[in-house]
Design a protein around this ligand. Structure first.
Ligand code: GAP
Length: 511
């Protein structure tokens, strides 16, 4: 655990030191769970968004984009269920005055039972060697069976209590399990209360005529209310999708994990409209397609896993998360939800407008079913950034800090150095930059020894460095140095553009 904490602290410190992420309004001591992206952060964030957009919109002829407003008519949120059901059950500790999500406290307790069961299984696997049958042990060893059964019972009871809005039973469960405040160990809890996560605001000048609005808690509803506009004007035929990226806002109760859980964040969502009855086929398709997108970035297959939901949201008939191995363990990165016709039907009911698709093949109109893919851009940023930060011991015993970002996402693609600040070398470096900057983000650096400049770019995540030296004056070649392997090769200046373009093309990464 200490190791995980250390790693996470390093990630946060590095993100600040290299201009990726700053605390919002830091000079006023910051605003909790709100962050700003610095000069490198904004580039990485834009590149992640572009990589998503390219694969979801430009690579699918039946998916189009949208950019809907953050403010929406307040009835939207009545229809979507957010006014009544977008709540987290919260509980306060009377001694520490700390606030927690009651369901998270219970889930963490259940997770500990799973860890205990896994420890027993691992011990037995070591003892029995090749002859070990994990499935048999899991279902017959009394201790393992006990842990797993208890865990299932706890989660089932919590799921039922939350579904029935039985908050007294949620509190009773916390007491029965003797769950203590993770920070202080106190068991002096308040009642469990529901807390709506939407931020309210007002539209209009005078107090009497002002209209109560919400800052959108998800971008999805902007897509649903525009479903017919896009379908008609784009002459879209089912199945088709509408994608958008944009800010969402949630008044999160527990927001202590840097940019993992923020109060203002960005989502990248796509709603795929299908024939009723075909939604589970498309649900599987999108689970598979989205996992492939993640794997295309080369951050290690072992760092992803699916988590199928037992407790479904009010609108879903199937749902899964793609979880990523963050510095604090596996947690949700993206959600794939089969949302049925819940949203469109609800908007039909509340607006009185028909939101149906006329299917010429079936010669009938119907409300389409929807499969959604929804990923947090900031959370994806954290996954990429934390996975890329490495401390390496080199052959000569020295260490280097290197940010091995997938090069397609790196904020600066190439840094160009003149070996010395004279003899015409800076001018050649500048010419190389002027040629490459049309397609790539390029940076110039002439300060310090070249070795130090390489290290600086390693830590900032720049995948390629080019050094112009005296040999360049004779044969028009430069040194191209690769961040990850540290390999250096001599390249003709005229070949640089083609080589870098091939390495850094979307096609090479996404295909
Ligand atoms: N439209 C469906 C929806 O919003 P969600 O599971 O609540 O579903 C989707 O959110 C994704 O948005 C999550 O998988 C996560 O990546 C991101 N997300 C949600 N809340 C967030 C928060 N407070 N901070 C950062 N990202 C968040």
């Amino acid at each position: 655990m200490a190791n995980q904490d250390d790693k996470f602290k390093k990630v946060i410190a590095h993100a600040k030191e290299y201009g990726y992420i700053f605390q919002s309004s830091e000079i006023y001591d910051g605003l909790s769970a709100v962050y700003d992206y610095g000069q490198n952060g904004v580039e990485l964030k834009n590149n992640i968004r572009d990589y998503w957009w390219k694969s979801m919109v430009q690579m699918h002829q039946n998916i189009v984009g949208l950019d809907s407003a953050i403010f929406m008519h307040p009835t939207t949120w009545k229809a979507s269920g957010h006014v009544d059901a977008f709540n987290d059950p919260l509980i306060d500790n009377k001694d520490s005055k700390k606030r927690y999500r009651a369901d998270v406290l219970i889930e963490d307790h259940a997770e500990k039972l799973l860890i205990k069961a896994k420890k027993e299984i691992n011990k037995a696997a070591k003892r029995f060697g090749d002859a070990f049958d994990e499935e048999q042990y899991r279902t017959t060893n009394p201790r393992v069976v006990g842990y797993l059964q208890k865990r299932d019972e706890i989660l089932a009871r919590m799921g039922k209590s939350l579904e029935n809005e039985d908050l007294e039973d949620v509190k009773a469960l916390i007491e029965e399990l003797e769950i203590a405040d993770p920070e202080t160990g106190s068991r002096n809890w308040t009642e469990v209360r529901q807390f709506n996560l939407m931020f309210g605001t007002k539209l209009g000048a005078s107090a009497d005529s002002a209209m109560d609005l919400y800052l959108r808690p998800e971008t999805a509803q902007g897509i649903f209310v525009n479903f017919l506009n896009v379908q008609k004007t784009g002459r879209m035929k089912i199945p088709f999708g509408i994608a958008q990226t944009g800010k969402a806002f949630r008044n999160e109760i527990v927001a202590r994990q840097f940019i993992f859980r923020m109060r203002e964040f960005e989502q990248m969502e796509m709603q795929f409209f299908v024939q009723p009855g075909e939604e589970l086929k498309w649900y599987e398709y999108w689970k598979d397609t989205r996992l492939k997108w993640h794997l295309s970035l080369g951050m290690g297959e072992e760092n992803y896993r699916f988590h199928d939901h037992d407790k479904l949201a009010h609108y879903a008939n199937a749902a899964a998360d793609i979880e990523f191995n963050f510095p604090f363990g596996f947690k949700e990165l993206e959600g794939i939800h089969s949302r049925t016709d819940f949203d469109l039907k609800a908007h039909e009911e509340y607006s009185g407008k028909k939101l149906k698709f006329f299917d010429p093949q079936r010669n009938e109109s119907y409300v389409p079913y929807v499969v959604e893919t929804s990923i947090g851009l900031d959370r994806m940023f954290l996954a990429v950034f934390s996975n890329s930060l490495k401390e390496e011991v080199l052959d000569d015993g020295s260490t280097r800090t290197v940010l091995k970002l997938p090069s397609i996402l790196a904020p600066t693609k190439v840094a160009v150095f003149p070996l010395v600040k004279k003899d015409g070398l800076p001018e050649i470096a500048q010419e190389i930059i002027d040629n490459l900057k049309w397609d790539l983000t390029v940076l110039y650096d002439e300060k310090d020894a070249v070795g130090k400049r390489y290290r600086r770019q390693d830590a900032a995540g720049t995948p390629y460095c080019i050094t112009v030296d005296h040999q360049t004056l004779e044969d028009q070649t430069v040194t191209l140095r690769e961040r990850d392997s540290m390999a250096q090769r001599r390249i003709k200046i005229d070949d640089l553009e083609d080589i870098l373009r091939a390495e850094l093309s979307m096609k090479r990464w996404l295909d």
